[in-house]
Structures are given as C-alpha cells and as structure tokens.
Design a protein. Structure first.
Length: 478
C-alpha cells in the first residue's frame, strides 16, 4: 500500500452514542487503531451525536470506557458533532454559494409521492429534482439538497472489497441539511472527515451505499477523497445478523465476564483479517503486522467458544504481574475479607492453565484466599471423608509439622514418602487431602496449594477438616 507511506495515515472511529459499544463497532475501532499505530499516524475519535433524541451521555461514557479498557487510545480530544453545527452551516453556505446545493421546499409527503410514482413506473424511488432550478431561499420547513452531478457512475477502490462502482442515477439530490437545521449523516461525516484530515475511512459495510453519496459531497466541496474500506458484518453461527441469541454481548459485558482486553482484541481482529494460519497475536504483533491488507471481504461468524479459547490462551501467556491487578475486582466480588496480595500473586501461575476467564480464575482462587475457619466444606466432599482418609490427613499433618522446607517440591516429596511408607494409593490420600485443604473434590495440585497457603494455614485446614469429620460422625451417632 504505497500511498499509505506517502501521506500521514489518519483514521477515525465515529460511533453514534445510541447504545453501548458492541463487538462489530469494537472491531472497526480496533482496525482503525491498528492502521494508525502501524503507520505511526493518528487515530481520532468522533462522537456522532447529532441525533438529539437517541444520543445519550451515558452511552458516550460507556463507549469511551470500553475503548479505554480495550486500550484503543485516541489522539487529541474526542470531537463531538453536536458542537460543530457552525462548521456544517458554513459548508452549507459554501455549497449554496457555488451552486452545488439548493433550497428545497418539498414536504416529506410530496417527496414520498415522487418516490411512489417512480416505484410505480418501475424506477428506483428518488427525489425528482423539483426545486433544483427554482432558486429558492431559506424558509420554514425547507431543506438543503445537493445538486448531484449527472455523471454515469461513481467508482472507488475499496481497501477491503476492491473496485466498487455505483450507478449515479441511483443517487438522487440528497438532503444535506434538514428542516430543523441539523446536518444529515452523510453531510456531517464528510465535512468532519475533511476537517479532521482523515486519510482512511474504515467502517462497517452497512455504510457502503453511503460512500458514493459521500464521494459526491467531497467533490462538491472540492476536497480530495480519502481511501475507503468497508468491513463485512460479523454474523451469528447461523449466518444471520448477530444478536444476543448468538452469545454476542456489548464490550462492557465481556469486561464484566472476566475476558482479557488483549484476547477480545485478538479474537475480533481475526474475525476479519488473517496472517497465515496464526490465531494468537499479542497487541505488539498486531501493530507490527496489520498494514491494512488481508482484510476479509466476506462476513465472519461469531463463535463464543472460540473467543473463550483465545481468552484462555492469553490468560496462560500473561505474566502474574499483569494479571494480578485485573483479577482483584473479581476477587472483591467473591466476599473474601482481606485477600493477601502475595497469595494472589503466587496462586496465579497455579490457576493459569486451569482457567478460561479472570472470573473463573478468581472463583477457583477463592478457597486459597480464605482463612481456614472461613473455608466452606462442600457437603458432598465431607460426606466422602472416611475414617481412613481422616487418618491419612492426621498422618500427613504430623509430617508437615516438622517439615523444614515448605516449597512445592519438598511438599511433593513429603506426600510421596507418606504414600510409600503406608503402601496406599495416592488417589486415596489425594482425595482426603483435597477435601481437607480445599473443601472440595476437585482442585489444583496439592503440594502447590500447600506451598501457596503456607504452613500455618495448611495445618489449620488439616485440623479443621478432622474436627468437622469427628463432629459429623458424632452427629450421625446421635
Ligand atoms: N456514526 C456512524 C455509525 O456509528 C459512523 C459511520 C462512519 O464511520 O462513517 O455507524
């Protein structure tokens, strides 16, 4: 892409604050961000809030929060369209003055009737240019329309879809300024993209039909065209429009579910771009490799299972230092009085291979963070603790009391030695110890658990489980 190296790459993400950031929008934002970072350019953010009824501050806040979470940092301050009506009006004045736009007094009903007529004649429904030569001025209820050039075709080379060409006759004299004075989407986008010097307009292909219209506005304003790229929609596994029923959520929900931002970025990029058969990319690798080529022109299907798989991979590869602060909010939700940061840090490597999300990791970590007296013992686990198992717990307790080295390896040896001495199966001892240490039938490696929780806590748990067993037995006897 030689032209990209010649002029500065400036991309922009332009969400409308009418909802939270969803994965389709997030992927567009990621592509724009990657392009800008790859070429050392700029990534701008524009909030398209001209729809005064549907735009809400809470959605702007939520979109910005999701972008921050995804680490899609933007350059400069976000631009709010609502604050730029003067700019749109200046541009309208220019077009009116140079004959590229005109005032139109046709009411919505009259325009609808024209469309109806065209339909009845088997033509494409369009405004018929009624006011184009009437030389009208402003007035109540009047809109401003583009005097669209009567050319044959509007063509452009799309970064994603290749060469595209549209019949100009399908593009009527579109409204640029509504009767209430607000700019239409196509007009404000073009004015802003010119003013912000955007070099690459990358967006969802739901906008591909707007692009020839926007090109006409660029021409009327005498501005150079940016490079356009239209990214196919993300679909559900059934190839239908993506929705909640396919397991798709807002970005903010994935954060709450305990996904890693790096993983969501990786997964979403791969939904519309590829590099060999590689699935897992770090952010730095994506910035290195994403040069605007190899974006897929056909829609990809969203697969929640694969997203979890990608997340688990990233979770495994992250450092404990990076994960610990991200894990804390999830631990806080689990009602652990004062989790010991050193213990959290130590438990992370143990749980990395066993966890799919941060939330899942926090839940598995909970028994390790509670004090012995807070640890809940699952009924089904206690029910499986028998006299023999309890004897093993007591036996190992004795060994542990005098063990000098409390490292994982030393604890492993200690357990092994006990099993060998007694001539019993490790499985039997292991189950009893797992119940005693974790209150559950499943869990990570016992020696590692003991080395993480330390000698005092280990001994307290072993003692408490024996006491619970004794009291349970007496309950039964009673
Ligand atoms: N506000 C538009 C949207 O959210 C942006 C379209 C564009 O990028 O031009 O779909």
């Amino acid at each position: 892409m030689s032209d990209m190296t010649q002029k500065q790459v400036i991309t922009r993400f332009a969400p409308s604050p009418t909802g939270h950031l969803h994965i389709g929008g997030a992927r567009t934002a990621i592509f724009c961000w990657l392009m800008a970072r790859h070429y050392g350019g700029k990534f701008l953010l524009r909030i398209e809030d001209t729809d005064l009824e549907r735009s809400r501050q809470e959605f702007t806040d939520s979109i910005l929060a999701s972008m921050r979470w995804l680490k899609l940092d933007w350059d400069g301050e976000p631009v709010f369209q609502r604050a730029r009506f003067d700019l749109y009006n200046e541009n309208i004045e220019r077009l009116l003055a140079n004959g590229h736009a005109y005032w139109c007094k046709c009411s919505p009903e009259e325009v609808e009737a024209m469309r109806e007529k065209a339909r009845a004649e088997g033509k494409k429904p369009r405004y018929d240019g009624h006011c184009r030569h009437l030389n009208l001025g402003p007035g109540p209820g009047r809109v401003v329309r583009l005097a669209a050039p009567q050319e044959d075709r509007v063509a452009f080379a799309d970064m994603v879809k290749g060469n595209l060409s549209f019949e100009a006759s399908e593009l009527d004299d579109m409204v640029l300024r509504r009767a209430d004075g607000s700019p239409t989407y196509n007009f404000s986008v073009v004015v802003d993209d010119i003013a912000m010097q955007v070099s690459h307009v990358l967006r969802g292909d739901d906008h591909v039909n707007n692009t020839p219209r926007q090109i006409l506005i660029y021409r009327a304003l005498g501005a150079d065209l940016p490079v356009f790229g239209h990214v196919p929609m993300i679909l559900g596994a059934d190839r239908q429009k993506l929705s909640k029923r396919h397991g798709a959520k807002a970005v903010i929900e994935y954060e709450k579910d305990g996904l890693l931002a790096e993983a969501l970025v990786n997964y979403l990029v791969r939904l519309g771009w590829s590099r060999k058969d590689t699935e897992i990319f770090s952010r730095d690798e994506l910035v290195d490799f994403f040069n605007g080529e190899n974006m897929s022109g056909s829609p990809a299907a969203f697969d929640p299972e694969k997203l979890l798989w990608v997340n688990a991979k990233h979770l495994r590869e992250a450092t404990a230092e990076a994960l610990a602060p991200q894990l804390v909010p999830f631990i806080q939700e689990l009602d652990v009085a004062t989790p010991d940061p050193a213990r959290i840090r130590a438990a992370i490597p143990l749980l990395q291979p066993r966890s799919q999300t941060l939330k899942d990791m926090a839940a598995q970590m909970r028994p390790l963070l509670l004090s012995a007296k807070e640890l809940p013992y699952a009924e089904e686990a206690l029910a499986l603790l028998e006299q023999e198992g309890c004897g093993h717990i007591a036996g190992i307790q004795e060994k542990i009391e005098v063990l000098t080295d409390f490292s994982k390896d030393s604890l492993h040896q200690c357990l092994r030695a006990y099993v060998d001495e007694k001539g019993v199966k490790f499985k039997v001892v292991g189950q009893a110890m797992r119940i005693a240490l974790l209150g559950a039938l499943n869990g990570p490696d016992l020696a590692e658990v003991m080395s993480i929780i330390g000698r005092t806590d280990t001994l307290n748990r072993l003692k408490r489980s024996q006491a619970l067993f004794e009291s349970g037995k007496s309950n039964i006897i009673k």
